[in-house]
Design a protein around this ligand. Sequence first.
Ligand code: NAP
Length: 289
Amino acid sequence: MKVLLTGSKGMLAKEFVSECCNRKDYTIIAPEEEECNITDISSIRNAVNRINPQALINCAAYTDVDACEVNQEKAFNVNGEGVKNLAQVCEENDILLVHFSTDFVFDGKKESPYTEKDKPNPINIYGESKLLGEQYMLNSHARFFLIRTSWMYGKRGNNFVKAVINKAVDQFEVRVVDDQVGNPTWTRNIVDISLRLLETEQYGIYNYSNEGDCSWHEFACEIIRILQNLENKFHSTRIIPIKSVQLKRAAKRPTYSALSKSKIKTATGIEIPHWKDSLKFFLEEENKL
Ligand SMILES: NC(=O)c1ccc[n+]([C@@H]2O[C@H](COP(=O)([O-])OP(=O)(O)OC[C@H]3O[C@@H](n4cnc5c(N)ncnc54)[C@H](OP(=O)(O)O)[C@@H]3O)[C@@H](O)[C@H]2O)c1
């Protein structure tokens, strides 16, 4: 399958490129933003005409959650209008569209995992802008997979795992919030399940994250615990629990945003790894380099 990938410099996009290099059944073409800017429909049309893909995987987004509060126009333009443009071009050319959204479309007031049927109610601009993109997709006539995911980390790009490690290198104490609960997700697992989903032709909206809930504090403790075992370092690092209000961040975050994965498990037959197992694989792989 020939795939056009947008947002090629991002964390998830780079995982798609590296995974598809190893798979004969996918040819992935990942132009830079200058050659495929999702906020410019003619730029998307030109890329589609040049590449003639069967599927378009959209990893382009404005993902700086706090900056979205300040740059609201950019947030709605990239995360909302950009997705509308993609859906329109995919519909015109009968291209399958794969797009990613977020647990941050929910307000966090539920006490059990959010299903695809739960009503979104974002509490920050990033979530609102991502919801706008979802709505454009749901109203389009393109064939699509809309995959909501959460708390992503991977080899490339800035993410929580790297941030904790970088802090632990310099500081004996790392402060992490313990009043937000969700599901960590390794980019490798998202890529695997997305490619499997593509084969199903069961289009629609799906949740995907690793199994198991935790707070950011528990997540940080596990990162350090694994590294202590692997590298015999960070033995004096302490992860100190704090509350979200102490961070004084621009954007509010949902206190609970775990995702139910029943639908994607049924559609793909894939058993989803627990977040602790994926984290261990990831850190072991990084450690070998
Ligand atoms: N990271 C997470 O924890 C997380 C959680 C849930 C869902 N998601 C979703 O997963 C998807 C991938 O996230 P990610 O973390 O891989 O994002 P990322 O690393 O921030 O990558 C997004 C890429 O899109 C590019 N981009 C921005 N505007 C663009 C435009 N108009 N046209 C083309 N490219 C553009 C960005 O370039 P610049 O950096 O130069 O702006 C960046 O390279 C996103 O839809 C995100 O909302 C992420």
